[in-house]
Write a protein that binds this ligand. Sequence first.
Ligand SMILES: Cc1cc2nc3c(=O)[nH]c(=O)nc-3n(C[C@H](O)[C@H](O)[C@H](O)COP(=O)(O)OP(=O)(O)OC[C@H]3O[C@@H](n4cnc5c(N)ncnc54)[C@H](O)[C@@H]3O)c2cc1C
Length: 449
Amino acid sequence: MKIAIVGAGLAGLCAAKSLLDAGAGDITVFDRHVGPALETSHANGALLHPSAVDPWNSPGILRLLLANLGNEQAAVLLRLSALPSLLGWGWRFVRESSPARHRAHTLANVALALRSVQLMKTLRGEGLDYGAAQHGSLALHRDAAAFAKAQAHATWLQQHGVLVRVLSRDELVAREPALQPVAASLAGALHNLADESGDAYRFCLALAAQLEARGVRFRWAEEVRRVLTAGGGRVVDRVTSLLPADGAAEDFDAVVLAAAWWSVALSAPLGLALPVRPVKGYSVTLPLPGAVPEATAPLYAIQPTASLAPQQHPHPRTPVVDHDLHVAVVPVVGDRLRVAGTAEFCGEDRRIDPARIGNLLRLLLQVYPALAGHAARAPRQEWTGLRPMCADGKPLVGATRVAGLFLNTGHGQIGWTTAAASGELLACAVTRHAPPIDPAPFAPARFGL
Ligand SMILES: Cc1cc2nc3c(=O)[nH]c(=O)nc-3n(C[C@H](O)[C@H](O)[C@H](O)COP(=O)(O)OP(=O)(O)OC[C@H]3O[C@@H](n4cnc5c(N)ncnc54)[C@H](O)[C@@H]3O)c2cc1C
């Protein structure tokens, strides 16, 4: 069977790996960039977080979005200019936010995330090095009512296999001494034991090299313009070939769209309206004070400078998520600190807005005020990415009604957490093997696709 995968981010590469493991031998991966993970999978929050896979359309989301309209400081922001592109999608997004649906979607994502964490352990056992760390994550809460709600939610998640501990202030500081200066201002904290961290970019580089060594062909810098079908248009029989921008059409038995939000444009001519829209986020990566960062790629070429402050405070070492501030602060590969967060519903806007970067740095200092001097002086990598968000907060994984066309996209804010298991489900759909978890919640058929 000859298989094409469009997209060499987390979704495409994990799909290729699982397909190979399932015995599919002839795989070609197309990406318009010159290497893997140069879009959304590049500098994400670096957290694998089964503890927080709840879809973002939680009950009350509409009120929050409307309240934040025009507030540039807001972590979650809807831009009026994006409204026309969000109309149908937004209606579904809100419809799926009823408490019953939201809980069902959360549990489906939990199953996918826990399976992924298992698979990541296997991948590490196979020698894949991505700076993985298993310290769990610390969820900080500043507001007492929100903390009480979070504890109830964590108890519910625990019944479904997501391990968590409530920490006293002393226990929190013992686990993360760098939080000492803010501990007194917190209402409480949870230690999410199932969470892990790791550098998604490094993972993709290592995985792509491994796949290439196993015979997967990569066609870099090849933008796929169209998926061609036997029907030749809207009345579709089955996929036949891919048309790269500058090459001749090539025939395939199966095509997997793992092109994040850009999968929408590729599938539209086939009559499939994917309910996926971009939700912009930012990250800032700094070297840890005193650390000499390892340069793994051009975008990581952060040079140590003489101005770096000597270490006067303990380094952050455990990933921290501040739910009230909507920010994650995650040590990456032992020498960097990544601050990630914010969600903007703003269409395909790839600009780095200095005000939003400033926001992230401000949020960092609310978690680690002792880093103020360092954050002002240290060289930093500023990055933005477009989360491919599906209207019900779950990825689209599996076969479509166009024979031979498969999807692995729509992972939104949980694409690193669920990448390995999504790849596995996708491979089961293509090779018709029995999947290890229920694929129905992720099936494109739920949207009539
Ligand atoms: C700020 C931020 C923080 C995040 N933090 C986390 C986190 O902590 N934990 C977590 O689980 N998730 C996180 N995420 C989400 C996660 O990063 C994404 O869900 C994930 O990267 C999506 O992977 P992907 O492979 O679908 O997309 P991408 O990595 O974008 O890959 C799609 C690929 O398709 C290629 N492509 C597109 N169109 C074409 C075409 N026509 N022809 C050829 N190639 C094409 C692109 O070049 C790209 O390489 C975060 C996202 C952001 C933005």
